[in-house]
Ligand binder design. Structure first.
Ligand SMILES: [Zn+2]
Length: 623
């Protein structure tokens, strides 16, 4: 993940014309220091052959033009997800040769580092890498397509990591097209050996994943910008025109809200798999999003919701960026207390944008706030894990136990609520004249546009105080750093609302699952005496499918929306193999929190409510 502050030039598309006949020999002949010179040689040149699609294996050659007689190469241990994934584990057969073509000595010095000893000057390092993790956080190469998050594919030389680098894809099937998220790789299908582009540095390169394959695409223009929509999926599963018009409503709402458009082109890249898929990954000039095709068919709102979230990230986290995530350390996890803001408040804005763009109405919006409150209040860990601590421990999210409600809260969830509370508090203090909108515009002007990073929570606090003209010290002490119970009604009354806890009955699965981002849900708890237990479900089972449909992170909420007594059939897998169980859903009582009107709602409160939900200021009001 990289930051590109305000400079317009990012990936510089090579302006030279190259001969595809000459480059065509790269796939058959290994890349050497003597092989065809580029018109514009870069300090680092990557050549990635995709000929071995059957084995999910890419062959990478990396040419370093200059350097001393001992050179270090590193492979990132993390990228995209805040989880250490040790990408070096997928690498095999690292070799090197010097300028004369003679083999050079290669030593694996640490798990993610290699040392090459060769005479000073040009060297070529090559290796194979296994790429078989689907989804926006992964990289995959197979008969259907290729998708590359480059930090999972390409080693880098720390000595020249901040210098320009070029990348070419070799042995691309004739009918495949190529798109990258900087909108520069739109080469026509049929071109073998494609130059993807030249990045100014490694951070930029890895922020521009590439899709390779047969995909559908469209584009729309709005407010002077071009939006590209690229879809890898079965055209029977979606209506591209409908997706375009939904996206246009979202992009217009957010650009107008921020009063800023720091790009000329932006790309939405979608994968719609038949199997599990869920999640999106933000980039400075685009986003990659996965969604299960069946879910998409019934309703476009989940796709709109993820898209609104990822799109807002182009400001919040990509440009309005916490200091704790810079400079990027690809070799170690990076502790940050800011994800409640960078992720959670992005949720707040995404929901507002859905309302602002007319994709949901005010009642829908209030239902979303209600369920966010219910989710937080339902997690016992809220009593001792703060929003900041939840951010800091994001790196544990790959561990099923960590995700359980007793162990952790979600910085997405509490952060979303904190965004709502911040908005309402700023509005209260200014009688509606200022809002979260001004806070983001202030941070955009004072950090993003200045090329500076904000000092995590302290930077948000400073912005809130600048906008509202009053102290937010108590707010941050109690709800961001601390774990004080949130007095919702104190905030909501400004909009004529209160949160009411109600007890309701719903279907009980008899088990609880958690899911790592984009992965299948895993059973973390089975209720004793439940039908699920009698049917033989066990902690550690992974749920592959429910009633014939692939299961994903939404399994638990799907079940709670079903009627008690419904028969469910689950396909499970664990270390002993696959099996099927079926049983009837039980009944459980749960406390849910609903936003309701106060006994009397004044016209002023109604006006505040509408402005709040639509993200508008009320400039005409007297302080
Ligand atoms: Zn996000």
């Amino acid at each position: 993940m990289s930051r590109l502050p305000t400079a317009p030039a990012r990936f510089l598309l090579a302006s030279f014309v190259f001969c595809s006949l000459t480059l065509g020999t790269y796939g058959e002949t290994p890349v050497t220091c003597a092989s065809p010179p580029s018109a514009e040689p870069q300090p680092t040149e990557y050549f990635v052959s995709v000929s071995n699609r059957a084995d999910h294996q890419a062959h990478v050659s990396m040419r370093l033009r200059d350097g001393g007689d001992i050179r270090t190469l590193d492979m990132p241990v993390w990228n995209a997800l805040y989880q250490v994934r040790d990408f070096a584990a997928n690498i095999e057969d690292v070799r090197a040769q010097d300028a004369s073509g003679a083999p050079a000595k290669v030593l694996n010095t640490t798990t993610s580092e290699w040392q090459i000893t060769a005479p000073a000057g040009c060297i070529v390092v090559s290796y194979d890498i296994h790429l078989d993790s689907p989804g926006p956080f992964g990289s995959a190469l197979n008969a259907e397509h290729g998708f590359f998050n480059w930090a999972m594919v390409l080693m880098y030389s720390p000595a020249v990591r901040s210098q320009p680098m070029s990348i070419r894809l070799l042995d691309v099937p004739t009918m495949w097209g190529l798109r990258d998220l900087h909108v520069l790789g739109a080469a026509a299908p049929g071109r073998v050996d494609q130059l993807v582009g030249i990045a100014r540095n490694y951070d930029e390169l890895v922020d521009s994943p590439v899709e390779l394959g047969s995909f559908q695409q469209s584009e729309f223009k709005q407010d002077g910008a071009t939006y590209h929509v690229v879809v890898d999926g079965n055209p029977a599963d979606y209506d591209l025109a409908k997706i375009d018009s939904t996206l246009a409503a979202i992009t217009h709402a957010e650009v107008d809200w921020m009063q800023d458009r720091p790009y000329d082109e932006y790309t939405f890249l979608y994968h719609f798999p038949k199997g599990p898929g869920g999640g999106g990954m933000e980039h400075a000039y685009g986003t990659a999003i996965d969604m299960n095709a069946n879910r998409l068919r019934s309703n476009l709102l989940p796709l709109a919701s993820v898209s609104a979230h990822e799109f807002f990230h182009l400001w919040n986290v990509k440009r309005i960026r916490p200091q704790s995530l810079e400079p990027i350390d690809y070799q170690h996890q990076m502790d940050t207390r800011a994800l409640w803001f960078s992720e959670g408040v992005t949720n707040t804005v995404a929901d507002m944008a859905l309302a602002r763009s007319g994709l949901i109405d005010q009642a829908d919006y209030l239902r979303r706030v209600s369920s966010a409150i219910t989710e937080l209040e339902d997690r016992p860990a809220r009593q001792w894990q703060s929003a900041e601590e939840s951010s800091l421990n994001a790196w544990f999210e790959g561990i099923p136990f960590y995700r359980s409600p007793e162990r952790s809260i979600s910085y997405y969830n509490k952060g979303e609520i904190l965004g709502i509370l911040l908005d309402l508090r700023i509005r209260q203090l200014t009688n509606g004249r200022k809002s979260l909108r001004d806070l983001f515009q202030w941070m955009n002007q004072h950090y993003a546009k200045q090329g500076r990073f904000f000092p995590d929570s302290a930077g948000v606090e400073q912005a809130a105080e600048a906008v509202a003209g009053q102290s937010f010290a108590d707010f941050f002490r109690d709800y961001v750093v601390g774990v004080k119970e949130i007095p919702y009604d104190e905030f909501l009354s400004f909009a004529g609302l209160r949160a009411v806890a109600t007890t309701a009955t719903s279907a009980s699965a008899g088990f609880t699952t958690t899911a790592n981002l984009g992965a299948q849900p895993e059973v973390t708890k089975v209720d004793s005496g439940s039908d699920a237990q009698r049917a033989g479900m066990m902690v550690g089972d992974r749920v592959i499918a429910m009633n014939g449909h692939p299961a994903d992170a939404s399994l638990d909420s799907e079940i709670s929306g079903m009627a008690p007594g419904t028969l469910v059939r689950l396909q499970l897998e664990n270390r002993r193999g696959k099996r099927e169980v079926d049983f009837k859903l039980g009944l459980r009582t749960e406390v849910s929190h609903q936003l309701q009107d106060l006994a009397t709602v004044t016209p002023e409160q109604r006006a505040h409510r509408t402005a709040w939900i639509l993200g508008d200021d009320e400039p005409g009001r007297v302080p």
